[in-house]
Write a protein that binds this ligand. Structure first.
Ligand SMILES: Nc1ncnc2c1ncn2[C@@H]1O[C@H](COP(=O)(O)OP(=O)(O)O)[C@@H](O)[C@H]1O
Ligand SMILES: O=C(O)[C@@H](O)C(=O)COP(=O)(O)O
Length: 421
C-alpha cells in the first residue's frame, strides 16, 4: 500500500478512487474505516469514504484520525485528505481543523490546499476558486442546502477555519513547472507558512503540483490533485505496471434512480429525464415529516413502474428548499430526506433492484451506509468524476453510480445504463 486517502464524503471518495485507478494505481474504496481482515493484498491505494463533511469539527477530526490510523497500519506512506472541488464546508467549517489534526498526527509542517478539478470546471487563480466562469460565491453553490459557499478565497476560508499560517503559490510559479513549485514550497516553509493554496488552471498544472508534492506526507484537495501522484510512485519504481482491469460484471436485476441533491446540475438532469419520459416521483419533506407519505409507498410506486429506471427525487429549487428548512430546520430537513432515501434503497434492494444511481454526496453516504457493503470496486467512467461501482462484501452485489450533485452531463440519468453489460 502506497497512498492512503481520507475522503469527507462518498461521491468524493468515488471520484478520487476513479482518478487514482485511471492513473494506474490499484485502488479500493472502503465505506468508512473497514472491519479488520479486509484483504488489501495487491492494492496500491485505499480511499476511506467518510460522511464527515457537515459534521462539527470535533467529530470530523476524530473520524479522520481513525481513518489515518487505519491507513498507517495498512502501510501507506503518503496521505491525501479529499474534500469537495467546491470546498464544501458548513459555516463553522471542518476542512481546516481536520487538516490541522492530520498534520499534527503525521508530524508534518507543510501541506497544500488544492481543490482544482479542471475537467469539471473547477480552477484556482490567485487563490480564488472558480466554478466554470463564475467565482465560487457567485455559482449555484451559494444556495447549497447544507454547505452554502459565499466566499471564493481559499486563503481566507482556510485561515478562517484553522490556526494554520496560510500562504499562496500563484499561477505564475505553477506555470513554470514542478521544480519552481517545489522551490516555492521550500520558500514558504522557510517563512513559516503551513498550508499553501496552490493555483491550478489545467491538468498540466495539477501534474506539476503532484510531482512537486512527492515529498509531502499530507496533501489536501480535490480528486484533481491526485492526477500527478501515481507518477511519483511509478518513478520511484514502487508501482507495478497495470494489469488487465478486473471485469466489471453488473448483476442482473431492476434499475432505479434516487436523487437527494438539489444542485443545479442534478435538477437539470431530472428535468432532462422527465422530458425523455422517465417516470418520476417527487418527495415532499413536509409530507414525510408529518407521516403523510411513507417509505413503503415510495417503494411500491417504483416497483409498479414498467419503465426501465424510474426516478424518486426530493431535489427542489432553492426557494422550496428554504421553505422546507424554515419549517423543519436545515439539518432535520436534510437528514429526514437522507433517511427516507436510504430506507427506500433498502426496500428496493430487498425487492431485487440491483442497479442504482444515487445523486448527491450526503444522500449517497446515507444510502450506502444503509446498504452497508464493505467496499466498492471501481468500474467504467460515466462522466468525469463518476464511475459505476460494484459493492463488495454484500451477499448480493449491486451496481451503484454515486453521482456528485454537481457532476454529470444533462443526459446522465439516461446514458449511464448504456455502460452496464
Ligand atoms: N427538498 C429538500 N428540502 C430540503 N433539503 C433537501 C431537500 N432535498 C434534499 N435535501 C437535502 O439536501 C442535501 C443535499 O446534499 P447532497 O446529497 O450532498 O447533494 P450534493 O451532492 O448536491 O451536495 C441532503 O442532506 C438532502 O437530504
Ligand atoms: O470534488 C468534488 O466535487 C466531488 O468529488 C465531491 O466531493 C462531491 O460532493 P457532492 O457534490 O456533495 O456530491
Amino acid at each position: 500500500m502506497l497512498l492512503g486517502a481520507i475522503a469527507d464524503d462518498l461521491t468524493g471518495a468515488t471520484d478520487l478512487a476513479l482518478m487514482l485507478s485511471r492513473e494506474g494505481m490499484r485502488t479500493i474504496q472502503t465505506i468508512g474505516v473497514p472491519r479488520k481482515g479486509l484483504d488489501l493484498s495487491g492494492v496500491d491505494a485505499v480511499v476511506v469514504a467518510l460522511k464527515s463533511r457537515t459534521n462539527p469539527a470535533a467529530g470530523a477530526v476524530a473520524m479522520s484520525l481513525e481513518a489515518l490510523s487505519f491507513l498507517q497500519t495498512a502501510g501507506a506512506t503518503q496521505f491525501l485528505f479529499k474534500y469537495c472541488s467546491t470546498f464544501d464546508s458548513s459555516p463553522a467549517g471542518n476542512i481546516g481543523p481536520v487538516t490541522e489534526a492530520l498534520m499534527q498526527a503525521l508530524g508534518t509542517d507543510l501541506t497544500i490546499v488544492c481543490p482544482a478539478f479542471p475537467a469539471n470546471g473547477r480552477t484556482i487563480y490567485k487563490g480564488h476558486l472558480f466554478v466554470g466562469d463564475q467565482l465560487l460565491s457567485d455559482s449555484p453553490m451559494r444556495n447549497h442546502p447544507l454547505t452554502p459557499m459565499t466566499d471564493s478565497s481559499l486563503v481566507r476560508l482556510m485561515a478562517g477555519q484553522s490556526k494554520l499560517k496560510v500562504g499562496l503559490v500563484n499561477h505564475a510559479t505553477v506555470g513554470e513547472g514542478a521544480a519552481a513549485v517545489l522551490q516555492a514550497f521550500e520558500a514558504a516553509r522557510a517563512r513559516g507558512e503551513q498550508a499553501l493554496v496552490v493555483d491550478a488552471l489545467t491538468d498540466a498544472d495539477l501534474r506539476a503540483i503532484g510531482e512537486a508534492s512527492a515529498g509531502l506526507s499530507l496533501i489536501t484537495g480535490g480528486s484533481g490533485i491526485a492526477l500527478g501522484l501515481p507518477e511519483n510512485f511509478r518513478r520511484a519504481g514502487l508501482l507495478r505496471p497495470a494489469d488487465d482491469a478486473r471485469a466489471f460484471l453488473a448483476p442482473a436485476g431492476r434499475s432505479m434512480i434516487l436523487a437527494g441533491s438539489c444542485s443545479e446540475a442534478t435538477r437539470g438532469q431530472i428535468r432532462h429525464a422527465i422530458e425523455a419520459g422517465v417516470p418520476a416521483l417527487k418527495l415532499d419533506p413536509i409530507e414525510i415529516a408529518e407521516g403523510r407519505f411513507r417509505v413503503d409507498e415510495a417503494v411500491s410506486w417504483a416497483l409498479a413502474q414498467s419503465a426501465k429506471a424510474p426516478l424518486i427525487y426530493s431535489s427542489a429549487e432553492p426557494e422550496e428548499v428554504r421553505a422546507a428548512q424554515a419549517a423543519l430546520g436545515r439539518e432535520r430537513a436534510g437528514s429526514l430526506i437522507e433517511h427516507f432515501l436510504a430506507e427506500t434503497a433498502l426496500g428496493l434492494e430487498a425487492a431485487g433492484v440491483s442497479r442504482l444511481i444515487v445523486a448527491g454526496g450526503e444522500t449517497s453516504g446515507a444510502v450506502v451506509g444503509a446498504l452497508s457493503p464493505d467496499a466498492l470496486f471501481i468500474g467504467p467512467e460515466i462522466d468525469p468524476g463518476v464511475p459505476w461501482t460494484l459493492t463488495l462484501g454484500q451477499r448480493q452485489p449491486m451496481a451503484l453510480a454515486l453521482k456528485s450533485g454537481n457532476f454529470g452531463a444533462p443526459d446522465f440519468f439516461l446514458k449511464a445504463w448504456d455502460l452496464l453489460p
